[in-house]
Design a protein around this ligand. Structure first.
Ligand SMILES: *Cc1c(COP(=O)(O)O)cnc(C)c1O
Length: 968
C-alpha cells in the first residue's frame, strides 16, 4: 500500500524547534503507526477519534512555537523584574541554604524528579528510604509516634488535622474548633475555608481565653506563635484533653531542635512546613508539609505513609503502607483527598537532616536563636521594647505608630522586608542565612537609618542557656545511624546515588501509568526553577518586588484559559485534588450567592477517581453515584433519573473527560445540558487533558469548572509523588468566587472564597515549567502533542488487542490517550493476575501501567506523546512476551505456581544465588528480551509483602540490626 499523506501535521523542521524533541515518534514513524490503524494522516485519524460535536477547530491563541534559547531569554527578562530583597517576614517561610550536593543531585536531577509515586515498591526502594528518613525526622522532632510522607503546605496540613480531629470526635454535638489568634493568618484562613463547608465552627481567640466546653472537638495552637512567642501550653493541653478535645499544634522543625517537642507536652497532632530544611521559598512553594500524630489515629492519617515490610525472601523492604486505602482514597468516606503530595521536597528536607545530622541541625538552630537574641539585645539598647521573653527566631518589637513609618522607609532603602504585625508592632524573623551584617543593618533600620554605635560582638549573646526546663529540649533526636553517616560530601553523594540507583524513573524507560501522564519534563523547562529570581522570593514580599512573577501568572492564566475555553483561572491549588476542592467550593459559593444554599447534591460516576468523592465531601456536598454502562460511558438514563430526582437540590456533577476509561464520550454535551437544566454546575476533572489540549475544550462542552494537573499535561515532573499544581479554570459566572488570600490580595473581590492553599499562587516556583512548555510548543504544537499522544495510545491498543482484550473504546473502535487492557481472564486460565504482569514488566525493564484503576484487575496504559515508536514497540514486545509466558502455563509447559510471572521481579541476588530451583532458566528470569542485556534495570528487592507490613506497621527507620539479611 502506498501512503499518500493528505496533510502533514505541523512539520517542525528547524533544528532548534523544540517540538520534535518533545514528541517521540517522527513524522515517518507516525505514518507507519497510522497505517497499522488504517489511516493515512494524523488529522484524518484524529477526526475519527474525537467526536465532531466536541471538536475544537481553532488554533490555540498561545503564540507561535519558540526555540529553547528564545523562551529562556525572554523568561530571564521576566525573572529580572523580580527583586530579591532580604526578607525577615517569617510566617512559616525562611531563608535557607540548600546544600549544593542536594541542589544538584536531587532537586536538579531527573533521576529523582521524574519518578512517580512509589506504587511499584520493588523499583522504588531509594525514595521510599528517603521518605522513611523524612518520617523518622518528623517523628523525632515532634515527639509523636507516626508521621506521613508529606502534605501540601502548612495551612492544608492544619485543615487536614482539623478533619482528623472532627472525624474522631466522640460525639456529634462537638463541632467547634478553637484556633489560637497567634497562628499564621494564612493557616487560620485555610482552616476557616475548610471548616465552613463542613459545618465546623471556628472560634479564633487568644488561647488564654479559650473556653473548653463540651462542643469543642479540637484546639489549634502555633508553637512558636506567628509573632515569635514561645508559650508553655501544658496546662491548656490538659484542659483540652479533659474536655475530650484533640490538641493540634502547628510548629517549626528547626525550633523543635532546641525546644521541647509538642508531643511531650500534650499535642495529639503536630503539623508544619519543612521548607527551611533546605528548600527554597519559591514565592510560596513547593515545599513539603508534615503531619505527625499518635499511633491510635494512624488509620485516619491523611496522605501517604511509608512503612517497612519484607519481601518474599524475608528481606526488609519498604512500601506505601495501607495502600488499598490509598488507592481508593476511601471515596466518600474519606476525611482527606490528598493524592499528589510533595515527595521531592520531602526528600530534600530529609536529606538536609541526613547531611547535617542532629548536631548540625542543633547548631543551625542555636545560631538562628543566637542571632535573634542578639538582634533583640541591640534593639533594646536602641530603646525598643521587646514583647516576649521567650522566642526562637522571631523578635516582636513595639515601635509605636510614628516610629513605624520611619523604620519601614529605612527598611525599604536597604531592600529589607519586615512584617507589620499590627499598627505599632513589627516582627523580625531571622534564619539560617542571616549574617552578622544583616543584624547590623537591621539595627540601622531601627535607628533612624544611622549605624548603631555598637557592633555585633558588643551585644552578641549566647542563646544556649536561655530556655529553662519548660522549654528546653532534652530528648535526643535522629539517633539512627542514617543521620550520622553521611556528613562528608563524598559519603553524601554516594548515599544519594545509591538510593537513586534503586529507583526506576523516566531516565530509564517508559512509565506508562494511565491517568498519570508521564511525559517528558524537558531540561529547558526545569532550568528556571532554581534561578534565585524565582526561588528566593518570600511569598508575602511586597507585590512590586514580584513584577516578573505577576507577568508570568498573567500570561499563564491567559494561556490556560485559552486551553480550557474558560473566562478565569486561579493558580492557587497545589494539586489536582486541591483544584477539585477549590472548584467545588467555588460552585458552592455561587449557589449560596443565588440563595441556593440547599444545592448540595453532587453526582459522581462510579468510575471516578477517588479524589472526586473525597473532594465533594470536603466541600460540603453529599455524593450520589451515577452508573456507568457496559461500554464504560456514563449511563445517561441513570444520570437523567438522578438529576430529576435531586433536581431541587442538585449542586454539581463531577465528570472526568475523556472518561477515566480513556474514552471520548460523545454524549458529554447532552450530559452537561441535563445538569444545567436541573440547576447544577458541572465540574470537569481535567486529569485527562493530555487528550484534549488544542483538540477540544472543557468550556465548550458545557463544563463550568475544570482543574488542570500541570504535573500531568503541562510537564511539571512528578517528583516521585509531588510536587504538582492543580489550577482551575472557570466559566464567567464563577469568576467572582475564585479563591482569595488573606495576606496577599490575589483575587480582590468581596465574593471570593477563602484560600485553599497557604500561598496565594500555590507552588509558584514550578509554574515556569508549564509556562516554558507552552511557549516552546506554541498553539499548534500543543495540539500536535495531543494528537500524537492519542496516536501512541491507539497504536498500543491495536498491537495488543490480539493478546489482551482492550476493555473500552469510543467511536470507530478507537480509544483516547490511554487504553485499558483486560487481564482478568488470565486468572482462570493460568492463575495470573494483573499484579503478576506488573511485577514481571520490571524484569523486562518497564514500569507497570496503572494497576486496578479504574477497573479492578486491569492495566491502564498511557504512553503520552513523548515516547518514541521504538520504546513503544519494546513495550509491546514485552507485553506480548508475557502473554507467551502465560500461554506456556495454560498449556501446562510452565508451572502454575513456580513460573517467571509469579516469581517476578527477579533480583540479581536471586538470579545469581548458588541454588536455583526454578523450572525455568536464570536467563529467562533476568533477560527475557535481547534489549534487557543492554539496559538491564535490576529491582533491588523481591516481591514485597504488603499485608505483612500493614499488620506490623513500622513507619520510622528501624534499628539497623533489622536490616541484617534474613537467613535463607
Ligand atoms: C491524578 C488524578 C487526580 C488527582 O490529582 P492529584 O494532582 O494527584 O491530586 C484526580 N483525578 C484523576 C482522574 C487523576 O488521574
Amino acid at each position: 500500500m502506498v501512503m499518500v499523506p493528505r496533510t502533514i501535521s505541523p512539520a517542525p523542521v528547524a533544528v532548534d524547534s523544540f517540538i520534535p524533541r518533545h514528541v517521540g515518534p517522527s513524522p515517518a514513524d507516525q505514518q507507519v503507526m497510522l497505517a497499522t490503524l488504517g489511516y493515512d494522516s494524523l488529522d484524518a485519524f484524529i477526526d475519527a477519534v474525537v467526536p465532531e460535536q466536541i471538536r475544537f477547530r481553532g488554533t490555540l491563541n498561545t503564540g507561535a512555537q519558540q526555540s529553547e534559547a528564545q523562551v529562556l531569554a525572554s523568561l530571564r527578562e521576566m525573572a529580572a523584574k523580580n527583586r530579591v530583597c532580604r526578607s525577615f517576614i517569617g510566617m512559616g517561610y525562611y531563608g535557607t541554604h540548600t546544600p549544593n550536593v542536594i541542589l544538584r543531585n536531587v532537586m536538579e536531577n531527573p533521576a529523582w524528579y521524574t519518578a512517580y509515586t512509589p506504587y511499584q515498591a520493588e523499583i522504588a526502594q531509594g525514595r521510599l528510604e528517603a521518605l522513611l528518613n523524612y518520617q523518622t525526622m518528623v517523628i523525632d522532632l515532634t515527639g509523636l509516634e507516626i508521621a506521613n510522607a508529606s502534605l501540601l503546605d502548612e495551612g492544608t496540613a492544619a485543615a487536614e488535622a482539623m478533619a482528623l480531629a472532627f472525624a474522631s470526635r466522640g460525639s456529634a454535638t462537638k463541632n467547634v474548633m478553637l484556633v489560637a489568634s497567634d497562628c499564621h493568618p494564612q493557616t487560620i484562613a485555610v482552616v476557616e475555608a475548610r471548616a465552613s463547608a463542613r459545618g465546623v465552627t471556628i472560634k479564633v481567640a487568644d488561647p488564654r481565653t479559650f473556653v473548653m466546653d463540651e462542643t469543642v472537638f479540637g484546639v489549634l495552637l502555633q508553637y512558636p506563635g506567628t509573632d515569635g512567642a514561645v508559650v508553655d501550653y501544658r496546662g491548656l493541653a490538659e484542659q483540652a484533653h479533659a474536655a475530650n478535645a484533640l490538641v493540634i499544634v502547628a510548629s517549626d522543625l528547626l525550633a523543635l531542635c532546641v525546644l521541647t517537642p509538642p508531643g511531650e507536652w500534650g499535642a495529639d497532632i503536630v503539623v508544619g512546613n519543612t521548607q527551611r530544611f533546605g528548600v527554597p521559598m519559591g514565592y510560596g512553594g513547593p515545599h513539603a508539609a508534615f503531619f505527625a500524630t499518635r499511633d491510635e489515629y494512624k488509620r485516619l492519617l491523611p496522605g501517604r505513609i511509608i512503612g517497612l515490610s519484607r519481601d518474599v525472601e524475608g528481606a526488609p523492604a519498604l512500601r506505601m503502607a495501607l495502600q488499598t486505602r490509598e488507592q481508593h482514597i476511601r471515596r466518600e468516606k474519606a476525611t482527606s483527598n490528598v493524592c499528589t503530595a510533595q515527595v521531592l521536597l520531602a526528600v530534600m528536607a530529609s536529606m538536609y537532616a541526613v547531611y547535617h545530622g542532629p548536631d548540625g541541625l542543633t547548631q543551625i538552630a542555636h545560631r538562628v536563636h543566637t542571632r535573634a537574641v542578639t538582634l533583640a539585645a541591640g534593639l533594646e539598647r536602641l530603646g525598643f521594647a521587646i514583647t516576649h521573653e521567650h522566642y526562637f527566631d522571631t523578635v516582636r518589637v513595639e515601635v509605636g505608630a510614628h516610629g513605624q513609618e520611619d523604620i519601614l522607609a529605612a527598611a525599604a532603602r536597604h531592600d529589607i522586608n519586615l512584617r507589620v504585625l499590627e499598627p505599632g508592632t513589627i516582627t523580625v524573623a531571622v534564619d539560617e542565612t542571616t549574617t552578622e551584617q544583616d543584624i547590623a543593618d537591621l539595627w540601622q533600620v531601627f535607628n533612624n537609618d544611622a549605624p548603631a554605635d555598637f557592633g555585633y560582638a558588643d551585644v552578641a549573646t549566647d542563646a544556649d542557656a536561655r530556655y529553662d526546663e519548660r522549654f528546653r529540649r532534652v530528648t535526643p533526636f535522629l539517633t539512627h545511624p542514617t543521620f550520622h553517616r553521611y556528613h562528608s560530601e563524598t559519603e553524601m553523594l554516594r548515599y544519594l546515588y545509591s538510593l537513586q540507583a534503586k529507583d526506576f524513573s523516566l531516565v530509564h524507560g517508559m512509565i506508562p501509568l494511565g491517568s498519570c501522564t508521564m511525559k517528558l519534563n524537558a531540561t529547558a523547562e526545569m532550568i528556571p526553577v532554581t534561578w534565585p529570581e524565582f526561588g528566593a522570593l518570600h511569598p508575602f514580599a511586597p507585590r512590586e518586588q514580584a513584577a516578573g512573577y505577576a507577568q508570568m501568572f498573567r500570561e499563564l492564566e491567559h494561556d490556560l484559559a485559552e486551553v480550557t475555553g474558560f473566562a478565569g483561572v486561579s493558580l492557587q491549588p497545589n494539586a489536582g485534588s486541591q483544584g477539585e476542592y477549590a472548584g467545588l467550593l467555588v460552585i458552592r459559593a455561587y449557589h449560596h450567592a443565588r440563595g441556593d444554599a440547599h444545592r448540595t447534591v453532587c453526582l459522581i460516576p462510579q468510575s471516578a477517581h477517588g479524589t472526586n468523592p473525597a473532594s465533594a465531601v470536603m466541600a460540603g456536598f453529599s455524593v450520589v453515584v451515577v452508573k456507568t454502562d457496559t461500554d464504560g460511558n456514563i449511563d445517561v438514563d441513570d444520570l437523567r433519573d438522578k438529576a430529576v430526582q435531586h433536581s431541587a437540590n442538585l449542586g454539581a456533577l463531577m465528570v472526568t473527560y475523556p472518561s477515566t476509561h480513556g474514552v471520548f464520550e460523545a454524549r458529554i454535551k447532552e450530559i452537561t445540558a441535563i445538569i444545567h437544566e436541573h440547576g447544577g454546575q458541572v465540574y470537569m476533572d481535567g486529569a485527562n487533558m493530555n487528550a484534549m489540549v488544542g483538540v477540544s475544550r472543557p468550556g465548550d462542552l458545557g463544563a463550568d469548572v475544570c482543574h488542570l494537573n500541570l504535573h500531568k499535561t503541562f510537564c511539571i515532573p512528578h517528583g516521585g509523588g509531588g510536587p504538582g499544581m492543580g489550577p482551575i479554570g472557570v466559566a464567567s459566572q464563577l469568576v467572582p468566587f475564585l479563591p482569595s488570600h488573606p495576606v496577599v490580595a490575589s483575587h480582590e473581590v468581596s465574593t471570593a472564597i477563602g484560600p485553599i492553599s497557604a500561598a496565594p499562587w500555590g507552588s509558584a516556583s514550578i509554574l515556569p515549567i508549564s509556562y516554558v512548555y507552552i511557549k516552546l510548543m506554541g498553539g499548534e504544537g500543543l495540539a500536535y502533542a495531543t494528537k500524537v499522544a492519542i496516536l501512541n495510545a491507539n497504536y498500543i491498543a491495536k498491537q495488543l488487542e490480539a493478546h489482551y482484550p482492550v476493555l473500552y473504546r469510543g467511536q470507530n473502535g478507537l480509544v483516547a490517550h490511554e487504553c485499558i487492557l483486560d487481564t482478568r481472564g488470565l486468572k482462570t486460565v493460568a492463575g495470573i493476575e494483573a499484579e503478576d504482569l506488573a511485577k514481571r514488566l520490571m524484569d523486562y525493564g518497564f514500569h507497570a501501567p496503572t494497576l486496578s484503576f479504574p477497573v479492578a484487575g486491569t492495566l491502564m496504559v498511557e504512553p503520552t506523546e513523548s515516547e518514541s515508536k521504538e520504546e513503544i514497540d519494546r513495550f509491546i514486545e514485552a507485553m506480548i512476551g508475557m502473554r507467551h509466558e502465560i500461554a506456556a502455563i495454560e498449556r501446562g509447559e510452565a508451572d502454575r505456581e513456580d513460573n517467571v510471572l509469579k516469581n517476578a521481579p527477579h533480583t540479581a541476588g536471586h538470579c545469581t544465588a548458588d541454588v536455583w530451583t526454578h523450572p525455568y532458566s536464570r536467563q529467562q528470569a533476568a533477560y527475557p528480551t535481547p534489549w534487557t542485556r543492554d539496559r538491564k534495570f535490576w529491582p533491588t528487592v523481591r516481591r514485597v509483602e504488603s499485608a505483612f507490613g500493614d499488620r506490623n506497621l513500622v513507619c520510622a527507620c528501624p534499628p539497623i540490626e533489622s536490616y541484617a539479611p534474613a537467613s535463607a
